[in-house]
Design a protein around this ligand. Structure first.
Ligand SMILES: Nc1ncnc2c1ncn2[C@@H]1O[C@H](COP(=O)(O)OP(=O)(O)OP(=O)(O)O)[C@@H](O)[C@H]1O
Ligand SMILES: [Mg+2]
Length: 399
């Protein structure tokens, strides 16, 4: 076919547009007269349905920018029906109307289609991202008579792109956090040792009254206790950032839970929290990583203690319930604390999600737990009711 005889896409669109205005009535009026007219009408119908049912959004505007045609792909993408939208100004659908007007102007100047990423607004108000090509339509006198837009919906790709950027940023924050945790670890060790030495000196100090001596000893004990907590935190962050492989050995879950409770003993006593044990009979032996599981229990118990204190009733209960199936051990940690709304529950495993004030929570506890349980081949879920309390359920394979 010669270059002169070949019709471009824009040419076809011109034909469709012009037929669109009178095509059906012409066919009715003249019937299938000549072969050429019949072919054109068939081509017209064919292309019309291709354009109408394309998944891409295809629209036609007149020279003033009023929509005169809008296909099914457009209806799906923007939520409007043809009837609602035909006759409105295209720029009123754009997220940035000025930019669209500039694009339309560019398309009139260029001889080929202008193509770029652009967003229109959905009927419900949110942006929908497209890669759009604008084609200027000209009549026989080479005068612009309108514009055709072919818009490929790229919202999913845009979202993926945004997610990737976010993941990248989170990874960077993880690296920074790990660096900070590493730097903090050494001074913490020094503080802890100094406090231990201080406690010894205070005990043997001459010239100090009994009361002063006891107070000093308590202060040093507090410093040692709190640095121990900080070190366990920095260790968690480092472990998370390095994502070390679990080292599995045989353990009794009941013993491990009791040890964890003992570790948090002073805090539980201070906050008048009672621990209720509902253990399955005998030991609950499984092969897993005790250090990592302990980390999970410490995190969950710390959250439970906080939730009970937040409720402000002055006391509360934490129930540790265990059971076993043929394949898994199940551990339930329930508290009588504040509970959570459904919105909060939906986000608790997101990195850095916290409802605690600055300085009280980092939002790392539960994502770390989730990650550990997953690595150990288990599952973790949560049930909660606002104002009543929360239960975390962990299932770990026995073998
Ligand atoms: N037992 C619970 N009761 C009520 N809310 C809870 C409980 N456990 C977790 N949450 C909610 O989930 C959020 C996220 O918990 P997560 O342990 O990940 O972070 P955090 O406790 O806020 O901070 P971090 O553990 O890093 O100090 C908490 O801020 C809280 O809103
Ligand atoms: Mg926490």
């Amino acid at each position: 076919m010669s270059g002169a005889g070949r019709k471009s896409f824009a040419d076809w669109l011109k034909i469709i547009l012009s037929f669109g205005l009178w095509g059906r009535s012409t066919r009715k009026k003249h019937g299938q007269k000549g072969r050429t007219e019949f072919d054109i009408l068939r081509a017209h119908d064919f292309l019309r349905s291709v354009l109408q049912y394309s998944h891409d959004m295809i629209f036609v505007t007149d020279v003033h920018g009023f929509l005169i045609s809008f296909n099914k792909g457009g209806e799906q993408a923007l939520g409007y029906t043809q009837e609602e939208i035909v006759g409105t100004l295209l720029k009123d659908l754009a997220q940035d109307p000025e930019e669209l007007l500039k694009l339309l102007e560019d398309s009139r100047k260029e001889s080929s289609a202008v193509s770029m990423d652009f967003s229109f607004l959905h009927k419900e108000g949110h942006p929908v991202y497209f890669n759009i090509s604008l084609i200027d339509l000209k009549n026989a006198e080479d005068k612009s008579i309108g514009t055709v837009g072919i818009c490929h919906n790229i919202t999913r790709w845009k979202k993926l792109e945004e997610d990737l950027v976010r993941v990248d940023r989170l990874a960077e924050m993880g690296r920074i956090a790990a660096g900070v945790a590493h730097e903090i670890n050494n001074p913490l060790a020094v503080i802890s040792e100094a406090a231990g030495w201080g406690a010894v000196v205070a005990k043997d100090a001459k010239g100090l009254g009994k009361e002063d001596q006891q107070e000093l000893e308590k202060i040093f004990a507090d410093v040692i206790e709190q640095t121990k907590r900080c070190r366990s935190r920095t260790k968690q962050v480092l472990g998370f950032a390095r994502d070390s492989e679990p080292t599995k050995k045989e353990i009794d879950i009941h013993e491990l839970l009791k040890e964890t409770v003992a570790f948090l003993g002073p805090e539980l006593k201070y906050k008048q929290i009672e621990i209720l044990y509902q253990f399955t009979e005998g030991p609950l032996i499984l092969k897993s990583d005790p250090k990592k599981l302990e980390q999970v229990f410490v995190n969950l118990l710390t959250n439970a203690i906080y939730a009970i204190k937040e409720k402000g009733e002055g006391k509360g209960e934490i129930t540790l319930h265990t059971s076993a199936s043929d394949s898994d051990a199940e551990i339930q940690i329930s508290d009588t604390g504040t509970g959570m709304s459904e919105e909060v529950q939906a986000k608790i495993f997101d990195l850095f999600f916290t409802t605690k004030p600055t300085g009280k929570g980092t939002g790392l506890g539960l994502p770390i737990c989730h990650n550990i349980v997953k690595k150990l081949g288990g599952r973790m879920s949560c049930k909660s009711r606002l104002g009543e309390g929360t239960t975390f359920i962990i299932q770990i394979p026995l073998a």
